[in-house]
Design a binder for this molecule. Structure first.
Ligand code: FAD
Length: 298
């Protein structure tokens, strides 16, 4: 069985930053792996600018930010294994990996988990009706449009005004689609002021606060929703052919469930807590990577 001093799971901004810092701190036996075929995590699908102001002193796109990290990584001896999913991690510090159809076990001394987060889906809300085609989470929509060049629909309703919801409202508008509105249950938008200015105000996209979706209509394909004004309880039908939900992100750490308090484990980036900006995820990961790397230095 292969053995590594440090195993880093997830090669998004956090995992790469942790691996780099551990290497710089003197650990010379680092394996970084990701189930995706390339590194960057969420970043490659974020084609908009707004990444890296603190770390690199300029606004980069997600792919540009990834390229900067990849360049740094190439200057180290960190081993990067793409297309490799960690299926389980045990108390005995053995990770079971699935790589190109084969299952492999490896032993590690320390583990840094950088597995990111997942999106809350429409299923988490008490919404009546079936689930016809045309309903996407914002992250799914972003990946399909930016990386797979798919056309998702023409009349778009967005539920949730966090950063992802606002960024996708702009993305659809730039793609020539009609964003009917962004509905938000709170009294004001949920994401950063910068994104409200750049994505909602700049494109005059209607933001309707204190509203939610109560029912989905359509067979085969969505044709509209019943929306509710939360304060008055009044309901209205909003026609749309696409519903995009941006209902929040949940740290993804199933892999280490029950092992969270082990002294050989550290969580970094969005699997630790959700970071609004990549620089903060990367800085936190680098700090922890450096501490772990010092302990493992030869
Ligand atoms: C849509 C969107 C827009 C954003 N816009 C901005 C912005 O404009 N400016 C900004 O500064 N920040 C922005 N952010 C925030 C920032 O991009 C993220 O906080 C940061 O990139 C998260 O990095 P991460 O490494 O923690 O997670 P991720 O990038 O999600 O990486 C996690 C990685 O772990 C891998 N993985 C998970 N489980 C396993 C497993 N079992 N085995 C192997 N691999 C696994 C995944 O494949 C993934 O590659 C945005 C975030 C999103 C989602």
């Amino acid at each position: 069985m292969r053995t590594f001093k440090l195993l880093v799971v997830g090669a998004g901004a956090a995992g790469i930053s942790a691996a780099l810092a551990a290497w710089d701190a003197g650990c010379r036996d680092v394996l970084l792996l990701d189930r995706a075929e390339s590194m960057g995590g969420i970043l490659p699908q974020c084609l908009h600018e707004g990444f890296g102001l603190t770390t690199f002193g300029q606004e980069l796109t997600g792919p540009e930010y990834t390229a900067r990290l990849a360049e740094k990584l190439a200057g180290t001896g960190v081993v990067f294994l793409p297309g490799t999913e960690v299926l389980s991690v045990s108390e005995e510090r053995i990770a079971v990996l699935s790589r190109r159809g084969a299952v492999e076990r490896l032993r590690f001394e320390r583990l840094i988990l950088a597995s990111g987060c997942r999106e809350r889906s429409i299923g988490s809300l008490p919404v009546a009706g079936t689930r016809p085609a045309g309903i996407f989470t914002a992250g799914q929509a972003q990946e399909r449009i930016n990386l797979r060049h798919q056309d998702l629909g023409d009349e778009i309703l967005i539920l949730g005004s966090g950063d992802l919801g606002m960024i996708m409202a702009r993305r659809f508008t730039l793609g020539g689609k009609h964003v009917i509105a962004v509905l938000e249950q709170a009294v004001q938008y949920g994401g950063m002021a910068r994104n409200h200015r750049r994505c909602i105000e700049a494109f005059s996209i209607p933001l309707r606060c204190r509203m939610t979706v109560r029912e989905i209509h359509g067979e085969g394909r969505i044709r509209g929703v019943t929306a509710e004004h939360i304060d008055s309880g009044e309901r209205e039908f909003i026609a749309c052919d696409t519903l995009v939900t941006a209902l929040g992100l949940i740290p993804e750490r199933e892999l280490v469930r029950g092992l969270e308090d082990r002294d050989w484990l550290s969580l970094v980036g969005n699997c630790h807590h959700v970071h609004d900006i990549v620089d903060s995820a990367a800085a936190e990961a680098a700090r922890i990577g450096s501490l772990v790397g010092k302990r493992l230095a030869v």
